[in-house]
Design a protein around this ligand. Structure first.
Ligand SMILES: [Zn+2]
Length: 505
């Protein structure tokens, strides 16, 4: 069984005095987490234990009971009366932070040793343990009760005593077919919200390879991400190579305009204030706004990609690998804008992956090389142009239209790219290749045009639920512009059967 977890965010209505209690509760929680972090630092061997054993070991070290009257580092010195589940939540939070800190330290030591072995001077500073703590409080079972769609009782430390507080819940309701996890009180600015992880179990979808090699007809949704107005262009195709549906997900210009404006304001502000203090974030609210907009946009686009795949019955969503970001020359706002557009592409991929997994759809990635330059119908190099230009002008990066000089295919450039991306995924398993070769495979009129092969990515074999942790930046990609011309990409000429049909011959 596979599992998928999502977090439901809900707004809370509470008396103003309760906000004070939530703050006190969080402060106490962080004091306890900091205490346990110190305990772990004093007993590093705890980190070698399994999660449950580590918890027991830490309780023996700190918690006074009849059987354990004199713990080494009593928690009661920090605070007299801490509920067991509150303590355990703090222990787990401290264990998480300690694991992360010690693995960072280990990596740093390794780098240091390597540099010394080579005789180089190593100047990187070692990681330091957290100096301040700002963790949100999870409410383990026993710290919350009487949860309905509209209200919940939470046990919090008010600053003077432990008390049950009833809060009203508004906003999104919890799905009924999911297992409900421990809710968390999270501070968003001045407001406190409730985040609840919900988990569902389902039969894991078959691996990409199994799905494609199986004799059942499948549909895949290929996505081309861009920096232009059409942020994502998705096309659904079947194993025969027929494109069944296309969707353009726009809004790129609006978000890019927003970023440009915000970054321009930041740049002007910086000019006015002159020197920026080191280690201090300037224009905090503006940067926060930028981040929020980028994030919500990534959520919106990824949600629509998954919806489209669901509507069309696709069982795999395929992207191209995002390369490394290459810094562009230009004004601050322009560079900053582009950088954030790349970040957004990376986020769209990550968000799509977990949202799709929740709907039992797997995601995969293919080699990005020349996806925009190859013809989706015959594989020859295309000409890119804008309406009104002469199609013979050659390849203009970012032009919205394509024309293939070999088979006369015409169409939208990003749509062409998305179809090529989909074909690459099928091609990967039709012609098994043992290792990566540089160029994607293209066959024209039964003749191999170029040396062929595609990357077998890790995603293909991966059946594990996607993790939100792996951060990836976007890559350099041509700009595309919205174009509402007619599309001719699906008209197959009899002399140019699709390459995929050729593969199965
Ligand atoms: Zn062509």
């Amino acid at each position: 069984m596979a599992r998928a977890t999502i977090t439901i965010t809900q707004h809370l209505n509470y008396a103003p005095g309760h906000a004070v209690s939530f703050t006190a509760n969080q402060a106490l929680f962080n004091t306890v987490v900091a205490f346990y972090f110190d305990v772990i630092q004093a007993h590093e061997q705890i980190l070698t234990l399994k999660a449950k054993e580590a918890l027991t070991a830490l309780e023996i070290l700190t918690h006074t009971t009849e059987r354990n009257p004199h713990p080494v580092m009593p928690l009661s010195e920090i605070h007299e009366d801490i509920p067991a589940m509150f303590r355990r939540a703090a222990i787990n939070a401290a264990l998480g932070s300690a694991k992360s800190f010690y693995s960072n330290l280990k990596r740093w030591k390794n780098r240091c040793e390597k540099a010394e072995a080579k005789g180089k001077t190593f100047t990187d500073r070692p990681p330091v343990p957290p100096r301040t703590w700002n963790k949100s409080v999870p409410f383990y079972a026993g710290l919350w009760r009487e949860r309905t769609q509209n209200s919940v009782m939470l046990k919090v430390w008010t600053g003077a005593c432990w008390s049950w507080i009833k809060v009203r819940i508004s906003g999104r309701s919890l799905p009924t077919d999911h297992e409900i996890g421990s809710p968390q009180l999270i501070r968003h600015g001045k407001e406190w919200r409730l985040h609840t992880p919900v988990e569902k179990a389902f039969t894991a979808p078959a691996k990409v390879e199994e799905q494609i090699k199986a004799q059942i007809p499948i549909k895949i949704c290929a996505v081309d991400l861009n920096l232009g107005e059409q942020i994502a262009v998705c096309s659904v195709q079947n194993a025969e190579g027929t494109t069944l549906a296309t969707r353009f997900i726009g809004g790129g210009d609006a978000v890019s305009g927003f970023r440009k404006k915000a970054l321009g304001r930041i740049a002007r502000n910086r000019r006015k204030t002159g020197i920026i203090a080191e280690g201090e974030q300037d224009n905090v609210a503006r940067f926060q706004k930028l981040r929020n907009r980028n994030d919500s946009e990534a959520h919106r686009v990824s949600r629509r990609i998954v919806q489209f795949a669901l509507e069309e019955g696709a069982s795999i969503i395929v992207f191209e690998h995002l390369g490394n970001l290459k810094p562009e020359k230009g004004k601050y706002s322009r560079r900053g804008n582009e950088k954030r557009a790349y970040w957004m592409k990376g986020r769209i991929f990550r968000y799509t992956r977990y949202k799709a997994w929740h709907e039992c759809i797997i995601t995969s990635r293919v080699n990005p090389r020349n996806t925009s330059r190859d013809c989706a119908r015959c594989g020859a190099k295309v000409v890119r142009y804008a309406q009104g230009w002469h199609p013979q002008d050659g390849y203009t990066i970012g032009a919205p239209l394509v024309r293939c000089p070999a088979c006369q295919m015409r169409g939208h450039a990003d749509r062409n790219a998305s179809i090529v991306i989909g074909q690459r995924l099928f091609a990967r398993y039709r012609h098994p290749v043992t290792q990566e070769k540089p160029q994607a495979r293209r066959v024209r009129s039964g003749r191999v045009v170029k040396a062929t092969g595609v990357v077998v990515s890790q995603d293909a074999q991966n059946r594990k639920p996607p993790s939100m942790a792996a951060a990836r930046h976007g890559d350099r990609h041509e700009h595309g512009t919205a174009q509402t011309g007619s599309l001719w990409m699906d008209e197959h000429l009899s002399s140019f059967p699709t390459q995929l049909r050729l593969f199965s011959e």
